[in-house]
Design a protein around this ligand. Structure first.
Ligand SMILES: [Zn+2]
Length: 384
């Protein structure tokens, strides 16, 4: 193994300590994302293969570019040791490239740097941002569910869920079964954050260290398994949430609502028989309701899918299509949906995002609440 004292030998370096223009370095890291493509050479128009992606060693994640990589054997999850990598600075972050001077060889899990969880700084959920790595987190497992996904040709079982502490909640994906159970408190290290649908998400994998902790000071969720209620004005100020509970009164229905038609290939809404991606298609009928809820502090568009919209409306999609065949007036039908939902007080739980159109919530569950008594309603309006 190289030591820092040996002159001319590359120095073993953690990814978080990489600096441009440093002496020759040696890194050991896992490939967490990789994409292969061909780049056209300017000199003779020939094609040159390049593999690029992300490397992680538990202390940081850096972009890598590998010119003329081996034809196979390097994929997501591979552990590599690379000596004499070229380190560059790109917008304040280190990046590495493997050139003809770089010696790359496969390495094992055990050769990855071992970093004691206690030596990692602690972060709260609200402090986690895109690219966060090399920290530990104390949180409660709010929800965890297995899901089967396709990775290349392989079918893999992953676990998805929500973690929360007193500051916020965050979605996670665990690429190996860490035995997480709903309700337990854990101290996690060897985790990192990536952006998914414009919100940070935690990735847990084989390197993640899980310690069960008593969890004093972590919020306990009620037995109904719901997050605490967030006022709509606050939800917008938070920039959304992975797991929010909101309550409000339906004040509007946004288009497209009611019977909509979707592309059979990509599920995008079809407009005048045309899919944006697939051109002329035979649209497949679907039902949806984009409900505007207001709670006196702000509003949210709740994007209800077919199952939820059917239950709320009391009409199924086939029934709605029958009504349309009898009287082909989609606007009248949407008006009927609006009349049914207008003024209802609803509780929605799900993922909320904020963009220039406002706050949108994609509900996992939607339930109807008893109407607010007039006194409480006016008190709510007076509240800031
Ligand atoms: Zn399409």
């Amino acid at each position: 193994m190289a030591t820092s004292e040996s002159p001319g030998l590359p120095k073993e370096t953690l990814l978080r300590d990489l600096r441009a223009d440093s002496d020759p370095v040696l890194i050991t890291a896992r490939v967490v994302a990789a994409e292969r493509r061909d780049v056209t050479r300017r000199s003779d128009g020939g094609r040159r293969p390049v593999l690029s992606g992300l490397l992680s060693d538990g202390t940081a994640t850096v972009r890598f570019t590998w010119w003329d990589p081996p034809a196979a054997g390097v994929e997501r999850g591979s552990v590599l040791r690379a000596a004499n990598v070229v380190v560059r600075d790109f917008r304040g972050r280190a990046e590495v490239s493997f050139t003809w001077k770089t010696r790359v060889e496969p390495a094992s899990e055990l050769e990855l740097p071992s970093i004691a969880p206690e030596s990692m700084p602690r972060r709260t959920v609200s402090e986690i941002a895109q690219g966060s790595e090399g920290f530990r987190l104390d949180a409660r497992v709010v929800r965890v569910r297995p899901k089967v996904v396709s990775v290349g040709e392989e079918r893999r079982e992953i676990h998805e869920g929500i973690l929360a502490d007193g500051t916020a909640s965050i979605a996670f994906t665990a690429w190996s079964d860490l035995g997480l159970a709903e309700g337990e408190s854990v101290r996690l290290s060897g985790i990192y954050a990536r952006t998914f649908r414009s919100r940070p998400q935690l990735i847990l994998d084989q390197r993640t260290h899980v310690e069960r902790i008593p969890g004093e000071g972590l919020p306990v969720f009620p037995a109904d398994g719901l997050p605490p209620r967030t006022a709509l004005g606050e939800l917008e100020a938070l920039g959304g949430s992975d797991w929010a509970r909101v309550e409000g009164v339906v004040v509007d229905l946004r288009p497209p609502s009611g019977v909509v038609y979707r592309c059979p290939s990509c599920r995008r809404a079809v407009s005048q028989g045309l899919c944006r991606v697939h051109g002329a298609v035979e649209g497949v009928a679907d039902l949806r309701a984009r409900l505007v809820l207001d709670d006196g502090t702000g509003s949210v568009t709740v994007n209800a899918d077919r199952a939820i919209a059917e239950r709320l409306w009391g009409r199924t999609l086939p029934e709605a299509l029958d009504a349309l065949r009898e009287r082909p007036d989609p606007e009248r039908l949407t008006e009927e949906l609006f009349t049914t939902v207008f003024g209802k007080r609803l509780r929605a739980v799900g993922r909320a995002t904020v963009d220039s159109f406002g706050t949108t919530l994609y509900p996992d569950t939607l339930s109807e609440l008893a109407p607010t008594p007039p006194d409480a309603a006016s008190a709510q309006r007076r509240a800031p």
